[in-house]
Design a protein around this ligand. Structure first.
Ligand SMILES: Nc1nc2c(ncn2[C@@H]2O[C@H](COP(=O)(O)OP(=O)(O)OP(=O)(O)O)[C@@H](O)[C@H]2O)c(=O)[nH]1
Ligand SMILES: [Mg+2]
Length: 579
């Protein structure tokens, strides 16, 4: 699951950089924040699991200038956190801990991942991928034993550049201290953040800072309303802090001295896995919305491809296999038959031909070299190539239409340009495959001729009449010329001699056998053309086209990937570990 969240996050970030539409940008940025938060929260789960002595983590969070760093100093009774009247002063997560916790904090580097741990005063302001952990020696009267984190703001103009650090410091927290001032408590950014954190179930404390005498009750009521508008859990304790001009710090009321210690009792790491699951479930369908929409486009594309392959096959049947004039394969089998017959009356002719040839016909046939010329002039090949070309043209048109529609325009547009760019390659590969199919299929043609030959041997009558007919010589000559490349099969089909032979055989006692053999040959041919050419060289290649789309502009996450992760969400309920 963690890996999947990371993948989604990368893809969202890459796509966001390519988007120009402002609405998309805002939505995508929100989802990226949610994904960063979820990834960090899961990393926290690993941190807790790997550390039996997990030190409590308290994060002080809030909008800029609310007084977060000041309150960190108050709680630590120090001046370690830098305070400034300039907005966006703290820009790195800065942790403070007692020496006892330092070993247990080793796992923090694993939690922060690519963020580098540095000395607080050495973190450069132009780097936003670092954090500090500073050792403090005194024990605070207000804090349980813990690591206290001062965090950057999440609302200033510049905060987008260090937002990941903020989110990581917030997800790490076992307890959250939200600092708001009377100027800032009503800001949308504050309540968006509190809403986003609900699924993390962190015990929370609100510090109402920079207040003046008499305004407290009013602010408290309003705070409560704001809380209840975005969260279902109980409104937390609020500590109101008044400013001490003489020391320049807010004052933590002594009556609230033990508040954080009490709150620490509510921390329950056993539920971490369940909370992780809840967090993922909360956003799952929203995160996957563009992924699924892209998958649907891919499914639609598959449908279009299937449909056009089906159409192509129908065209092949109509215009070749079942076409009375174009279909020539069986005629070719008959020509083979004549060669096999080696009718005695033709002996002289055949011998003469053999003399002319540099090798005997039989040997030449066994080498299979004679076939090449047949393919060149094949009506079938011309047609197959035309069908393939027509299929691609139609698909390109359909892709253009889809790119005009509402959904996934960019996806359709890019698949369209991929196809246009690769069209010639696809066609060339198809032509090659068609040629080699055609040559290979001559074996089936020969087999058919063999079957007929054996059948004829059982029928001396027909054999005799075949031998008796004068056209045989003519036809055999044609068959031989055909082998040598002197005539195309197409011409052969219409050669009068061939027609006579065909008629003679069809009208003879083996007529129905001829039909059966012809039919079997056609069926076999249809199957081979379907699988070897239309499916293998067109359907598959076209269906895989979207896989070439760039992961910089597309999610490219498959249905199977989503399903396998989704299983984790539904199967392992009740806080079982997700990872
Ligand atoms: N009047 C008044 N000023 C305060 C109070 N608390 C802090 N300040 C001042 O407000 C300014 C901001 O305080 P910080 O503690 O730096 O605020 P922050 O939330 O850490 O701000 P960033 O790090 O910039 O996000 C400083 O000038 C503080 O001296 C307060 O209770 N009352
Ligand atoms: Mg600060």
């Amino acid at each position: 699951m963690l890996e999947f969240i990371k993948l989604l996050n990368y893809r969202y970030q890459a796509i966001l950089n390519q988007r120009t539409n402002d609405i998309d940008k805002i939505t995508y940025q929100q989802r990226i924040d949610q994904l960063i938060l979820t990834e960090a929260f899961m990393r926290k789960g690993l941190f807790i699991k790997s550390n039996t002595n997990h030190p409590l983590q308290i994060s002080v969070i809030g909008p800029t200038q609310a007084g977060k760093s000041s309150i960190v100093n108050v709680l630590l009774d120090s001046n370690l956190a830098n305070v400034s009247p300039l907005a966006g002063h703290t820009i790195h997560p800065q942790g403070y801990t007692q020496p006892d916790n330092l070993t247990a904090c080793n796992g923090l580097q694993g939690y922060f991942g690519r963020f580098q741990q540095m000395q607080q005063d050495q973190m450069p302001r132009d780097r936003h991928d670092c954090y500090s952990l500073t050792q403090i020696n005194s024990k605070s009267v207000f804090l349980p034993e813990c690591v206290l984190w001062d965090t950057p703001d999440f609302d200033s103009i510049d905060s987008s550049v260090y937002r990941e650090g903020v989110i990581r410091a917030i997800a790490l927290a076992d307890i959250v201290i939200l600092v708001v001032s009377k100027e800032k408590y009503a800001d949308q950014s504050v309540w968006d953040m509190m809403s986003a954190l609900e699924a993390l179930h962190q015990p929370t404390l609100i510090c109402l800072n920079k207040i003046s005498e008499g305004s407290e009750d009013l602010l408290l009521n309003s705070l409560k309303e704001k809380w209840q508008a975005v969260r279902k859990d109980n409104f937390p304790e609020v500590v109101s802090l008044y400013y001490q001009k003489n020391i320049g710090l807010p004052l933590w009321p002594i009556s609230n001295k033990d508040l954080l210690k009490k709150l620490s009792k509510k921390v329950d790491h056993k539920k971490q896995a369940r909370y992780e699951q809840e967090l993922v479930q909360k956003h799952w369908s929203e995160w996957l919305e563009p992924v699924i929409s892209e998958q649907n486009a891919a499914k639609e594309w598959q449908r279009l491809v299937d449909q056009s392959i089906k159409q192509a096959l129908e065209n092949y049947q109509r215009d070749y296999l079942n076409h009375p004039h174009h279909y020539e394969t069986f005629q070719h089998a008959l020509a083979e038959l004549l060669a096999l017959l080696e009718i005695p009356g033709l002996a002289g002719f055949l011998t003469g031909t053999r003399k002319v040839l540099t090798w005997p016909i039989r040997k030449m046939m066994s080498l299979g070299k004679k076939r090449l010329h047949i393919a060149d002039s094949s009506q079938e090949l011309v047609l197959l190539n035309q069908i393939a070309e027509h299929t691609l043209i139609q698909l390109i048109d359909q892709l253009m239409d889809k790119a005009e529609e509402e959904n996934q325009r960019l996806w359709w547009k890019e698949v369209g340009s991929l196809l246009r760019r690769q069209r010639n390659d696809v066609l060339q590969a198809f032509t090659q495959a068609a040629l080699s199919y055609h040559l290979d299929f001559q074996q089936d043609v020969e087999k058919t001729a063999q079957h007929l030959y054996h059948k004829l041997q059982e029928q001396p009558l027909i054999l005799n009449s075949l031998r008796a007919t004068r056209v045989t010589a003519d036809a055999t000559a044609i068959a031989l010329t055909l082998h040598m490349g002197g005539i195309g099969v197409h011409d052969l089909v219409f050669a009068p001699a061939m027609l006579t032979i065909t008629t003679l055989l069809t009208e003879s006692a083996i007529g129905s056998y001829m039909h059966k053999v012809e039919n079997d040959l056609k069926q076999q041919q249809l199957l081979v053309v379907k699988q070897r050419l239309f499916e293998e060289k067109l359907g598959k290649v076209l269906a895989l086209l979207p896989e070439q789309l760039s992961s910089l502009s597309h999610f490219n996450i498959t249905d199977a990937q989503v399903k396998s992760v989704e299983q984790l969400l539904t199967e392992k309920r009740h806080g079982l570990r997700l990872l």
